[in-house]
Ligand binder design. Structure first.
Ligand SMILES: NC(=O)c1ccc[n+]([C@@H]2O[C@H](COP(=O)([O-])OP(=O)(O)OC[C@H]3O[C@@H](n4cnc5c(N)ncnc54)[C@H](O)[C@@H]3O)[C@@H](O)[C@H]2O)c1
Length: 454
């Protein structure tokens, strides 16, 4: 299959286009639109693109004929409805990054244009493509924990990733990108909606920017870490420690977000002049650094989501509490633990409860059922231990899973144009619309303090 890439940044180049290099039997990149000359040239070289298939922006690429069967739209958060609408008009199958829109009006506009063009759109809610979340969904659907009563999810990007993206980086301000909940956690709201199997009726949220504010700067801290900061040794966010020392061997994201020249001199120069060398207490950020969302469903189910900057690990955790059991799961280890309140059907019910084991350690309750799903390393220690790891292993296999299933759908569309294979895509624009509306409601609640009814 043939693919155009719009926005050849971290996601466009390293997640999606790179997949084509690793799976040339499935697809090849035949066109790129990218304003940054270095990124544009790198894509053209990596994929052997002729000059008439290399464009400086989505407008140029989508001005003429359709050049491929599908496009990936991996532009910044606020460059979305334009390329998606134009690509839909040309009949492309579209893989679009999240968030698909940063405000309700934009979402309605995209939904209308895509519906009018009747093209398949896959949204990059990659968590639905992970074995991890699919395993949890399977257990829920099998009734392993009975009726779901409460779901508790946490999203912890890790302190280093948080300051990289949401204090110093591209997602630090909601007026130039999108609020943290939309930028980072529309994934979580999507997966929660999928697991619960419904949209909530009522949404409440609270959250603040508490730590990364000028009044918390260490005494004497200059504007940049590289200006001789007296707190360098005691500050966890000292930029050269991370980008120059700990990630010395790494030359993909997050280093490529800092500089295209990943030599030590290139990194140091970028930290001295670019956004990623700024003191985390002296940036122009307004993204909250911790937030909680409470979701209330018509059937009595409740759910909570917490996101924040203050963890070492970069992971997600989920607990699902049911009438007949519970599930505890952690994405970075891939481990899903099921505890039933009763033995499996047909098994003997013993005597003592789990917390009251006999001298041999036996209990009358079923043992934990531990399922380890295949995952990819996503925490900082792994980034450092495996500097050569390709980012396209990203999101616990979700990135590759999304590309594989998206391309399978494009193939079906080519082979059987009368069928609607995209109806079975796990992440459609319609289900993304639900999670985005929850995020808009949660932001409204956070700003106003009110409970918002959907
Ligand atoms: N699905 C996920 O898990 C996930 C993870 C990270 C980021 N994202 C999302 O993916 C999107 C891209 O993020 P990124 O980290 O790759 O950012 P990035 O800044 O590395 O890449 C965006 C690219 O788009 C290019 N661009 C800007 N204007 C353009 C135009 N008019 N035409 C064509 N290209 C244009 C930029 O020059 C840049 O190279 C964002 O919306 C982000 O929120 C999703």
């Amino acid at each position: 299959m043939t693919l155009g890439v719009i926005g050849a940044g971290h996601r466009g180049a390293e997640a999606y286009a790179d997949y084509c290099l690793r799976h040339p039997d499935q697809a090849r990149v035949v066109a790129v639109a990218e304003p940054d000359p270095g990124r544009r040239a790198a894509m053209a070289a990596a994929h052997g693109l002729p000059s008439d298939r290399v464009f400086t922006s989505w407008e140029d690429m989508l001005a003429g004929e359709r050049l491929a069967e599908a496009v990936v739209v991996a532009t910044p958060d606020r460059v979305r409805s334009g390329p998606v609408g134009a690509a839909a008009d040309l009949g492309y199958a579209i893989l679009v990054e999240k968030p698909v829109a940063v405000e309700p009006g934009q979402l309605d506009e995209i939904l209308a244009r895509v519906a009018a063009a009747d093209v398949p759109v896959a949204v990059a809610h990659v968590l639905r493509y992970t074995q991890f979340f699919r395993q949890i969904k399977r257990l829920l659907d099998e009734g392993a924990i009975g009726r779901l009563i409460h779901l508790e999810q946490t999203e912890d990007p890790g302190y280093w990733h948080f300051v990289h993206s949401y204090v110093r980086g591209n997602w630090r301000r909601s007026d130039t990108s999108s609020p943290l909940l939309l930028a980072k956690s529309c994934h979580d709201l999507d997966v929660i909606t999928w697991l619960v199997g419904a949209a909530p009726d009522r949404v409440y949220s609270t959250g603040r920017l508490t730590q990364f504010r000028s009044e918390n700067a260490p005494a004497g801290a200059p504007e940049r870490c590289t200006d001789g900061c007296p707190a360098a040794a005691s500050c966890p966010f000292y930029a050269p420690r991370f980008y120059v020392e700990r990630l010395r061997e790494r030359n993909t994201w997050p280093v490529t977000a800092v500089t295209a020249d990943t030599s030590e001199a290139g990194r140091r120069k970028a930290l001295e002049t670019g956004p990623y060398g700024r003191c985390v207490y002296r940036c122009d950020n307004d993204a909250v650094d911790h937030q909680v969302v409470v979701l209330d469903y018509a059937d009595g189910t409740t759910a909570t989501l917490r996101i924040g900057a203050f963890t070492e690990a970069n992971t997600r955790t989920v607990r699902l509490l049911g009438s007949h059991g519970e599930i505890e799961a952690r994405l970075d280890t891939g481990v899903v633990t099921l505890r039933r309140f009763l033995p499996r059907p047909g098994a003997e019910l013993g005597g003592a409860p789990r917390w009251d084991r006999d001298a041999e350690g036996r209990s009358g309750m079923p043992d934990d059922e531990v399922i380890t799903t295949v995952t990819a390393p996503v925490d900082e220690a792994d980034l450092i231990a495996e500097p050569g790891r390709r980012e396209s292993d990203g999101h616990a296999g979700g990135d590759d899973g999304l590309m594989r299933e998206f391309l399978a759908m494009v193939w079906e569309r080519r082979e059987r144009p009368d069928a609607t294979p995209h109806a079975t895509l796990p992440t459609t624009l319609a289900n993304a619309a639900v999670s985005h509306r929850i995020a808009f409601a949660a932001e409204e609640s956070r700003r106003t303090g009110a409970v918002v009814t959907l």
